[in-house]
Design a protein around this ligand. Structure first.
Ligand SMILES: Cc1ncc(COP(=O)(O)O)c(C=O)c1O
Length: 394
């Protein structure tokens, strides 16, 4: 049965390359191989106990029914309050919409703004889903090369890429896959350039809390209202609180954009799970504990990063900068390309075959010649993986 008349928009889309790489690792493991999976874009930590307890509390309170489409009032209020305390923001609770993860937040924002004749700016390397959403709405992705500025987007690059058709810039900082972080000052300049040209900005802040000092944490939700009215922040509990399976995130956007996203969501998922919203609201209210939990995870990621990057740099043919955020090492393997390996995908296939180390090829992120290594796994796994790779490339 291969004659299913798939729609033109979905036919153009690619399956998520990161999920595909994870599947390869899972399949090998099922076949009995001792696989080291460095593809995972998800924390290896368990969801903190206190959040699990809040979810149970929500269930016991009978929160098993529909909630308003934009989310429980307590959810919206707790996010607004948490951000106000943490980042000195002043947006209203009604400017928050609870979504089924960061992915739905991004989909809602793009689908409510973009028409097929529009252009959407996407800096390279990008998170795999960005161009796929643009395909879904039938618009055109215009990619911005950022290698000259060490993969950190600048306002100047945005300015040069804007055309009369540009409607939106999608930007992700801290970045998956590069681990790069845009400074607060540059991010403000980027939004200013966009606002001057009537271009909206969708900032994917799913890794907001995973920034290593001296890089600075910054949310565009803290910009003044005249800039913020062009911004939609996509946030998520998935990485921050190790809650990938719970499917909960949110948008923070101006009232009109939020109204349109609520309308759209009312016809898709309605809202994320009621008692999950409750658990997250309670966690946000318990700000100290939440921050303490995130700091402890950040400490672990930092330890792994500080061990992994120098170790990768010592492998023949690997070049790798120190990531400033998220939990990925982005390795340049272009020096290795030639007769034996034509592309970085050949290098990742070789690692898989010869060392049973699974990593994600950069091509899916618009960065052929690079490999992404996730360090959301134990130090022991990282050490074993490096040992095996060292043997291959000496
Ligand atoms: C940059 C980025 N944005 C958004 C997401 C979506 O996360 P979720 O839908 O689990 O909240 C991910 C997940 O990998 C991501 O890496």
């Amino acid at each position: 049965m291969n004659n299913f008349p798939v729609s033109k928009t979905v036919a153009k889309m690619e399956i998520s390359s990161t999920l595909k790489a994870g599947q390869i690792a899972a399949n090998l493991r099922d076949q009995g191989f001792d696989v080291i999976d460095l593809t995972l874009g998800e924390p290896d930590f368990q969801t903190p106990e206190f959040i699990k307890e809040y979810a149970w509390e929500g269930l016991q309170k009978g929160l098993t029914k529909y909630t308003p489409t934009a989310g429980l009032k307590t959810f919206q209020e707790s996010i607004a309050e948490f951000y106000a305390q943490q980042f000195n923001t002043s947006f209203l609770p009604t400017e928050v919409i609870a979504t089924d993860g960061g992915k739905q937040a991004l989909f809602n924002a793009v689908c409510t703004l973009i028409n097929p004749s529009d252009e959407v700016l996407i800096p390279k390397p990008y998170w795999v889903t960005f161009p796929e959403i643009v395909k879904f709405v039938g618009a055109k992705s215009v990619f911005i090369e950022t290698e000259k500025t060490d993969f950190v987007l600048t306002a100047q690059q945005v300015k040069e890429a804007i055309t009369p058709k540009t409607k939106l810039l999608m930007v992700n900082s801290p970045n998956n896959p590069t681990g790069r972080v845009i400074s607060p000052l540059e991010m403000r300049k980027i939004v200013e350039v966009c606002a001057e040209n009537d271009v909206y900005v969708l900032t994917d802040e799913c890794y907001l809390f995973f920034v290593y000092s001296p890089a600075k944490v910054f949310t565009s939700a803290s910009l003044p209202d005249e800039l913020r009215k062009y911004v939609c922040v996509a946030g998520s509990f998935s990485k921050t609180y190790a809650m990938t399976g719970w499917r909960i995130g949110y948008t923070i956007a101006g009232e009109e954009w939020s109204k349109q996203m609520t309308k759209l969501q009312s016809h898709s998922t309605s809202h994320p799970t009621s008692f999950v919203q409750y658990a997250c609201a309670r966690a946000m209210e318990n700000r100290e504990k939440s921050i303490e939990t995130v700091s402890s995870m950040l400490g672990q990621y930092k330890k792994r990063r500080d061990w992994l990057i120098p170790a990768l740099q010592k492998i023949n043919g690997f070049k790798c900068e120190m990531p400033e955020g998220a939990f990925y090492a982005f390795v340049d393997v272009r020096e290795m390309l030639g007769d034996k390996f034509k592309t970085s995908a050949d290098v990742s296939d070789y690692l898989l075959r010869e060392a049973h180390v699974v990593v994600t090829d950069g091509a899916g992120f618009g960065a052929d010649g690079f490999l992404r290594f996730s360090y959301a796994t134990s130090l022991e796994n990282l050490k074993n993986a490096v040992e095996k790779m060292k043997c291959l490339f000496t």
